[in-house]
Design a protein around this ligand. Structure first.
Ligand code: UT7
Length: 325
């Protein structure tokens, strides 16, 4: 039975030029390269230039993804931008990206699920494609967390970085079996009971200010592996695929220890895990599409590969998507 699936036609990433190393950070707060490397696996992260906005990063990544897909902006029906660091409270930064890409048709909106934003946005795009509302969609994750971290808090400022990644999705008829290209399943979860574990202490309706990121790192860590593996087991149960079938595991890049513990618990071989956290830090919603763009550019990720995405972050929000590249 033939059916329409959301197939990735192209991928792209963008990282701001400036890098901030652990050595540089240790001149700013009481930390060390040894501590950051051991606890997180992070060596450096990118920081947006003065005046360089989330929409600039997002637009740059979208341009690369469009070129990689061989798709023109005229063919795009929808832009979904996952971000927790929009240019302004409103309008959605997605409409700024739409304008910067020269697109006057279709629609554009933001999705806010912090580090899980890309997984939530991809799931939404897939649902809209399969319902027939749209055919081609740019899904972007873009963040400038350097603007909301508290640069005096060593417990959080060493973890995050800026960047953007994007994919071009297209609704394509597929035979309707396990070999189909495109999204096979997605599962989203959230539980607001945990919202104070990872949040920003400001906002338009509370303080009227932007605020700074606050995190109970140890608490987030404690829940991460269990939540990630539960939602992935759910995706496996839905699709009939198992860890042995996965060609590439592309997890949210928050902490090497969380990534490795999740892969181990699921029984995914270490060689199948895409890791970019050492060079990007945690770029929140941008981390998965950035990792996809790296793995595609270096030739690891190839057409037909079975790819498992997962994320977990503020909310808590978490989710997983299984797709064939
Ligand atoms: O993307 C959204 C999801 N977010 C995450 O997944 C983050 C999850 N959490 C983590 O990745 C880890 O909890 C951290 C990397 C944030 C922290 O690692 P940890 O092993 O949980 O360390 P800890 O918070 O238990 O702190 C251990 C010690 C503390 O000192 P005491 O109390 O043992 O004396 C901290 O004060 O390390 C200290 N510490 C630091 N030392 C040097 C905290 N931050 C730093 C630092 N440099 N940057």
């Amino acid at each position: 039975m033939s059916l329409v699936r959301s197939v990735v036609l192209g991928v792209g990433g963008y990282l701001p030029e400036k890098t901030l190393t652990n050595a540089e950070l240790s001149t700013m707060v009481d930390t060390s390269d040894e501590w950051i490397t051991q606890r997180t696996g992070i060596k450096e992260r990118h920081i947006a230039a003065k005046g360089e906005l989330t929409s600039d990063l997002a637009t740059a990544a979208a341009r690369v993804a469009l070129a990689n897909a061989g798709v023109s902006i005229a063919e795009i029906d929808l832009i979904i931008l996952a971000t927790a660091t929009p240019d302004n409270t409103f309008p959605a930064s997605a409409v700024t990206v739409q304008e910067k890409l020269g697109m006057r048709h279709g629609a554009a909106f933001d999705i806010q699920a912090v580090c899980s934003g890309f997984v939530f946005a991809l799931s939404q795009a897939d649902a809209m494609i399969r319902s027939g509302q749209v055919k081609k969609v740019i899904v972007i994750g873009a963040e400038t967390f350097s603007r909301i971290v508290d640069w005096t808090d060593r417990g959080t400022c060493v973890l995050f970085g800026d960047g953007a990644g994007a994919v071009v999705l297209s609704g394509e008829p597929q035979p309707g079996d396990t070999h189909d290209r495109g999204v096979h399943a997605s599962r989203l979860r959230s539980d607001g009971h945990y919202k104070e574990m990872l949040y920003v202490d400001g906002g338009p309706s509370s303080t009227g200010t932007v605020g700074h990121l606050r995190m109970e790192g140890r608490e987030v860590f404690k829940h991460a592996v269990g939540m990630i593996t539960d939602v992935i087991e759910d995706v496996f149960a839905t699709t009939g695929f198992s860890a042995a079938d996965i060609d590439w595991f592309v997890p949210h890049q928050a902490n090497m220890r969380i990534i490795d513990a999740s892969a181990k618990k699921l029984g995914i071989e270490s060689e199948k895990v895409i890791r970019t956290v050492s060079l990007h830090g945690n770029t929140s919603a941008a981390s998965i599409p950035l990792a996809l763009s790296v793995a595609s550019a270096d030739g690891r990720l190839k057409k037909g590969d079975l790819v498992l995405l997962e994320s977990m972050g503020g909310g808590f929000t978490w989710g997983a998507i299984l797709l064939r590249w």
